[in-house]
Design a protein around this ligand. Structure first.
Ligand SMILES: *[C@@H]1O[C@H](CO)[C@@H](O)[C@H](O)[C@H]1NC(C)=O
Ligand SMILES: *[C@@H]1O[C@H](CO)[C@@H](O)[C@H](O)[C@H]1NC(C)=O
Ligand SMILES: *[C@@H]1O[C@H](CO)[C@@H](O)[C@H](O)[C@H]1NC(C)=O
Length: 517
């Protein structure tokens, strides 16, 4: 009898989150971003919530409790092409102008899509909105206001000062290594100085240039009854209930996170499909082992491709291992016999095969996550964005080497492969990393689903929001206090000067007086 009440309370609070209506709006075709979180969205539908998803990635087979509003991915091709070609090999200071231009264009294409238009005009009610309001899709935060419901954000990269500002987290411009540099968490004085500059530039451009731009975009396209008197975009962004961040301390450096940030790094390995038979046969029969190579879903540009391919082919002509290579076309001439190219390969399933000896990766977050999960030593060949940063983490953690694109020659690639294959340190460290990544009280998927339902149950879970979200940028940076203290100091110095001058004057007058006498 004593236990009846808690049990009843428990079941009723569980019921409160049951059968919620969830709207997910992720119109931009960032496959890796959306796909990482797809297991969470599907699990929500499985648990009885009604999920409506606006995205270019509809379910292949119809799912119960699931409605797809499909965005036309083709309409983005031009902008994405522009993005990738302007990006590869760029220096870190050039990222931001490219980012902000492309991100505004991506959102413009999104807003012109009929599926997005439909959901802006629709009168359907929902209980929760899920968006990706960092870097490009900020205006969609207005869905929270339109529907008057809490917003959950997905953050598919490690935290940056800008992301930290929006979520009320610690903004350390000098200590938080910028994910678009090649620094680690241990920096020299000059690295910290440079890191501070990169972070400040990123932040200032976002705050003073990008957000006003995006706000105009929101005002133009997110029009619905009541949109005239909504809070500013920044206010709404800083009012998001919860952020699921693709981060875990086993996969990058430790960072302080407020309780409104849930680290769900490792989501992309929520399940491992069975290998297709042809691949399985090849892998089972590879006497000298298999090396897997993938540059992710984006590597374009004819010149770069030609160079990369010829280096890889020349290197593997000298090796006994079978190379499984993911590439955007299977039609590549001069391929050595031990090289197998496919446009798509199930990465986790391949890495899980016992015959795989190492993974050559562009070191995207998911590549290094999946590598770590399966205890795979890595050769990282970073291409752009946060990839060199992630690669440097792998190098520092000791489960792989880094080979930069300008140094990519047959000799260097062979040297890196031999080092990682022959020095047992890499495999040993990779297995340790794998054990650390798997040792957590809840899987990434369980934790993500738990916290999304938590927000629904506790009506936005406002108690998780750090109070600093109500402070202005000036206050957040402590500039009000510094200004106050400096003013005090200035007044003090002024007063002392006055007193000293007065005393001097007094002394002078006295001495004049004494002389006269
Ligand atoms: C769909 O939702 C209902 C509750 O609304 C739930 O009972 C059912 O299990 C869900 N169906 C599937 C196949 O996930
Ligand atoms: C998708 O967009 C492309 C390019 O803008 C266009 O040619 C095509 O007709 C669109 N498809 C649909 C189904 O609207
Ligand atoms: C913040 O979100 C809550 C719901 O989670 C809502 O009630 C409130 O009006 C929002 N405030 C602003 C300024 O957007």
């Amino acid at each position: 009898m004593k236990y009846m009440l808690p049990i009843i309370l428990l079941t009723s609070s569980l019921l409160a989150s049951e059968g919620a209506k969830i709207l997910i709006v992720l119109p931009i075709p960032w496959y890796s971003h959306t796909n990482t979180f797809m297991p969470v969205f599907r699990e929500l539908a499985k648990r009885g919530h009604q999920v409506t998803m606006v995205s270019p990635f509809p379910q292949k087979k119809p799912l119960p409790n699931w409605t797809d509003l499909t965005v036309n991915a083709t309409a983005f091709s031009e902008v994405i092409e522009d993005f990738v070609t302007s990006f590869v090999g760029q220096n870190v200071y050039m990222f931001y102008p490219i980012f902000w231009r492309v991100f505004t264009d991506l959102m413009k294409v999104s807003f012109q899509d009929p599926a997005v238009q439909e959901v802006i005009k629709s009168n359907t009610n929902y209980d929760l909105v899920i968006i990706e309001p960092f870097y490009a899709q900020e205006p969609l935060v207005a869905f929270g206001h339109k529907l008057n419901v809490p917003v959950v954000a997905i953050h598919p990269l490690g935290l940056t000062p800008w992301g930290a500002y929006l979520t009320g987290n610690e903004m350390s411009f000098h200590l938080m290594p910028n994910i678009r540099t090649a620094y680690t968490n241990e920096m020299t004085f000059f690295q910290r100085l440079d890191n501070l500059l990169v972070n400040v530039i990123e932040f200032a451009v976002a705050y003073f240039h990008y957000v006003p731009n995006k706000e105009r975009q929101m005002d133009k396209y997110m029009v619905y009854p009541g949109s005239d008197n909504r809070p500013s975009m920044l206010q709404m962004l800083r009012n998001v209930s919860l952020t699921l961040i693709d981060y875990h301390p086993s996969l990058l450096y430790p960072e302080p996170l407020q309780p409104n940030m849930i680290p769900v790094g490792g989501l992309s390995i929520s399940h491992v499909d069975e290998l297709p038979k042809d691949l399985k046969d090849i892998m089972d029969n590879a006497k000298n082992g298999v090396i897997f190579l993938s540059f992710g879903s984006i590597l374009r540009g004819k010149e770069l491709e030609g160079k990369v391919i010829s280096v890889i082919f020349e290197t593997f002509a000298k090796l006994d291992q079978v190379l499984l290579m993911r590439w955007h076309t299977e039609d590549v001439p001069n391929k050595p016999n031990n090289v197998i190219i496919k446009t798509w390969m199930p990465q986790p399933s391949i890495l899980a095969h016992p015959n795989v000896k190492m993974f050559i990766t562009h070191a995207g977050l998911h590549g290094i996550t999946e590598g770590a999960y399966f205890g795979m030593p890595l050769v990282c060949i970073p291409l752009f964005s946060d990839q060199e940063f992630d690669a440097r983490f792998v190098e520092k953690a000791g489960y792989g080497t880094v080979l930069l694109l300008p140094d990519l020659t047959k000799e260097n690639l062979l040297a890196n492969i031999n080092e990682v294959l022959k020095n047992p340190k890499y495999k040993k460290t990779a297995l340790e990393r794998s054990a650390i990544l798997k040792d957590r009280p809840q899987t990434a998927l369980e934790s993500a689903v738990y916290w999304v339902e938590y927000v629904i149950k506790h009506k936005g879970a406002g108690h998780l929001k750090p109070a600093r979200l109500q402070l202005s940028l000036f206050q957040n940076l402590g500039l009000d206090i510094i200004t106050f203290l400096l003013s005090l100091l200035a007044i003090l110095v002024l007063v002392i000067c006055k007193i000293v001058t007065y005393l001097k004057l007094l002394k002078y007058k006295n001495s004049v007086k004494t002389k006269k006498e």
